[in-house]
Design a protein around this ligand. Structure first.
Ligand code: ADP
Ligand code: MG
Length: 320
């Protein structure tokens, strides 16, 4: 693509470099020094304009979010993020767009000490693919398959804010800037993931909604669960904008929270509370793992509650 090398130079000039990057941007491939005694954790996510973020989302927010969703996957594995690559498909070689995109992308990369070590640059409809690589001491990755009947089900932070922000944007009505911010700038729970090594039995990050994502853990672990809707953590702002039933729907079936959902034996509850308190991150027990397969949703009165849908499905009328 014309201007490709100028764009790559712009990226290279701003990418920070960790000591363990033997060769970064500029050769045919990166050379990375993986430490002994660790496993490499690799994840890849694509964001497409109009599918994964509302049209008109600012380039800095797009940059931030593309890296955030990948770091969130590493967090859910209890991996320490180390390196990433960036495949950019751009409609035109737009320096101003790229600079703003890098502002958001590199802000988050620098915050977590992640080096951008390579990528690809092509012309076409806007799409961004990031591969993120992280490290875990051998055998300590948190998997989806470790949940056992009788364990607690936890979530970090609050749920539903991003889905609330998206719902307000779709309605073109009054919108909360706080909710919209949570949609555009999700916080990957990297430190929480690291702190959960040895404490949690299974984990997943919440990209498609608690019902669907917890469902993956239950299926992988061969168990079921009960969720107490009255315990789902909600921000003040979400509660101000949405009544209870709509809020549960957003919290259970809305996507883009990027909080962690994890399971742990009750004996670890105190240690988990202390670890999360040290990070100043709220964590809440929202239900229990049960032997009987399936997900049972209980209202505060103890009645059964059914959501209208389970989680966002791409290309089936989900995100605008
Ligand atoms: P090749 O043709 O050998 O694949 P490229 O010309 O595509 O090499 O890329 C040259 C260098 O620039 C490589 O190190 C590649 O990883 C890096 N690179 C290309 N695009 C990007 C990008 N969007 N972000 C970061 N690095 C990039
Ligand atoms: Mg080459």
């Amino acid at each position: 693509m014309p201007g490709e090398f100028a764009l790559i130079d712009r990226i290279r000039a701003r990418a920070a470099r960790r000591d363990d990057v033997v060769r970064g941007i500029g050769d045919d491939a990166a050379v990375l020094a993986a430490p002994a005694g660790h496993e490499l954790i690799v994840t890849c996510d694509t964001l497409v304009a109009g599918v994964h973020f509302p049209d008109g989302t600012g380039p800095a927010d797009v940059g931030y979010k593309t890296l955030a969703v990948n770091l969130s996957d590493l967090a859910a594995m209890a991996a320490a993020p180390a390196w990433c690559t960036l495949a950019l498909t751009l409609p035109e070689g737009d320096d101003a767009w790229l600079d703003a995109f890098l502002d958001g992308f590199l802000e988050l990369a620098d915050e977590h000490g992640v080096s951008l070590v390579g990528g690809d640059t092509t012309r076409g409809p806007l799409a961004i693919t990031v591969t993120a690589l992280g490290l875990v001491p051998t055998g300590q990755a948190l998997l989806r398959s470790g949940a056992r009947a009788g364990e607690d089900i936890w979530v970090t932070g609050t749920l539903g804010d991003a889905a609330g922000g998206l719902a307000q944007w779709r309605q073109r009505g009054p919108a909360s800037a706080k909710l919209r911010y949570r949609l555009d700038r999700p916080t990957p729970r990297v430190q929480a993931g690291l702190a959960l090594r040895g404490l949690a039995s299974a984990a997943v990050d919440l990209s498609d909604g608690l019902a669907a994502d917890l469902g993956h853990v239950l299926a992988a672990s061969g168990v079921g669960a009960r969720l107490d809707l009255g315990r789902l953590p909600s921000s003040r702002t979400l509660a101000d904008h949405f009544e209870e039933n709509r809020r549960w729907e957003l919290q259970l079936t809305g996507g883009d929270d990027y909080e962690l959902c994890f399971t742990a034996p009750a004996a670890n509850a105190l240690a988990i509370e202390q670890a999360m308190a040290a990070l100043e991150l709220p964590a809440t027990v929202v239900g229990q793992v049960e032997a009987e397969p399936g997900l049972r949703l209980l209202t505060p009165e103890g009645g059964a509650w059914s959501p209208p849908a389970t989680g966002y499905q791409h290309f089936e009328g989900g995100h605008a």
